[in-house]
Design a protein around this ligand. Structure first.
Ligand code: 13P
Length: 287
C-alpha cells in the first residue's frame, strides 16, 4: 500500500532526520530503491518527473507497477509515490492515477497565481488523503528540460504558501539540480533559517541533493529540512556501472547480453547510492 508523505515527514521533522526522495525511471530503479528502503528499514519517497512518467507510458502504468511491486516484494516500510515538479495539469492527472503525493511547482508563476493554483491542488488532493508539496523560488539547473534560474526564496512568500496547508515546502536556497559548478556558493543557511522561522514546523524540502557535501546536508537537516531529493546521483552511478560492464566486454560474452545481466551492475550501483544517502539523511531504522 502507498501512503501519503505527510506522516513520514512529520516524524522526520520531530526526529531531526530527512526522508529521501529518489526518482524512478523504470522497473529496475524502482525495485532497487524499494529493496534498499526495506533493507535499511527506512521510509522512502519515489519521485516521478512528468518526463519519466511519459517514458514509463503514463502515470497509471507507474502507479500500477509501484503498487504491485510493493506487494509482491513484501515491502513493509512506508512508501509514497510522488509527482516531482508537477504542472497544474500533471498534478491533477497523478491524483486521478492513484499517486499518494504530488508536487505542484508553481514557482515560475507570480506569487498570486502560484497561491491560487496551489490552493486548488490542495483541495483536490486533500479530499483523497494525498499530500502536497509546493515550491517558492525556483531551483536552479535543468531537470527534464525545465531550466530554473536558482533563486533564494522570499521567507514571506514561503509563509503565504505554507499557510495554505501544504504538507511540505520546497524553497530555493541556492540549490540546483544536477552537478554543482566548481564555483558554487553553497547553500544559503541564513535564508533557510529565516524560511523555517516564518513557516514554523513546516517540513522543508531540499531539491538538488546530488553533490551537496555531507556537512551541508547535516546542517540543512538541523535547520529544518525533512525531505531531500536525489536524482542525478543515481543516474550517474547507474551509467558508470553500466559503462564499466560494457567496456569490460562482458555484454558480448556468453550470456552477458541478457538485459537482466547487463542492467545488474547499474542496479547494484543505485542500491549503494540510495543506502549511502539514507545513512547520511538519518532515515535508517526510522520506518
Ligand atoms: P538532483 O538531480 O540534483 O539530485 O536533484 C533531484 C531533485 O531535486 C528532483 O526534484
Amino acid at each position: 500500500m502507498l501512503v501519503s508523505a505527510s506522516e513520514m515527514l512529520k516524524k522526520a521533522k520531530e526526529g531531526k532526520y530527512a526522508v529521501g526522495q529518489f526518482n524512478i525511471n523504470n522497473l529496475e530503479w524502482t525495485k532497487a530503491i524499494l529493496l534498499t528502503a526495506q533493507e535499511c528499514n527506512s521510509p522512502v519517497i519515489l519521485g516521478v518527473s512528468e518526463g519519466a512518467g511519459k517514458y514509463m507510458t503514463g502515470f497509471k502504468t507507474v502507479t500500477a507497477m509501484v503498487k504491485a511491486m510493493v506487494e509482491e516484494l513484501g515491502i513493509t516500510v512506508p512508501v509514497a509515490l510522488h509527482l516531482d515538479h508537477g504542472s497544474y495539469e500533471g498534478a491533477k492527472k497523478c491524483i486521478e492515477a492513484g499517486f499518494s503525493s504530488v508536487m505542484f511547482d508553481g514557482s515560475h508563476y507570480g506569487i498570486e497565481e502560484n497561491i491560487e493554483k496551489t490552493k486548488e491542488i490542495i483541495a483536490i488532493a486533500n479530499a483523497k488523503g494525498i499530500s502536497v508539496e509546493a515550491e517558492v523560488g525556483s531551483i536552479g539547473g535543468e531537470e527534464d528540460g525545465v531550466v530554473g534560474a536558482g533563486e533564494v526564496a522570499d521567507p514571506d512568500e514561503c509563509k503565504m504558501i505554507a499557510d495554505l496547508g501544504v504538507d511540505m515546502l520546497a524553497a530555493g536556497i541556492g540549490n540546483i539540480h544536477g552537478k554543482y559548478p566548481a564555483n558554487w556558493a553553497g547553500l544559503n543557511f541564513e535564508a533557510l533559517d529565516a524560511i523555517q522561522q516564518k513557516t514554523g514546523t513546516m517540513p522543508l524540502v531540499l531539491h538538488g541533493g546530488t553533490g551537496i557535501p555531507a556537512d551541508m546536508i547535516q546542517k540543512a537537516i538541523s535547520l529544518g529540512v525533512s525531505k531531500i531529493n536525489v536524482n542525478t546521483e543515481c543516474q550517474l552511478s547507474f551509467a558508470e556501472a553500466t559503462r564499466k560492464y560494457v567496456e569490460a566486454g562482458k555484454d558480448l560474452e556468453g550470456k552477458g547480453f541478457d538485459p537482466r545481466k547487463l542492467l545488474a551492475p547499474g542496479v547494484e550501483a543505485i542500491k549503494a547510492t540510495v543506502k549511502e544517502k539514507m545513512e547520511l539523511f538519518g532515515s535508517v531504522n526510522k520506518a
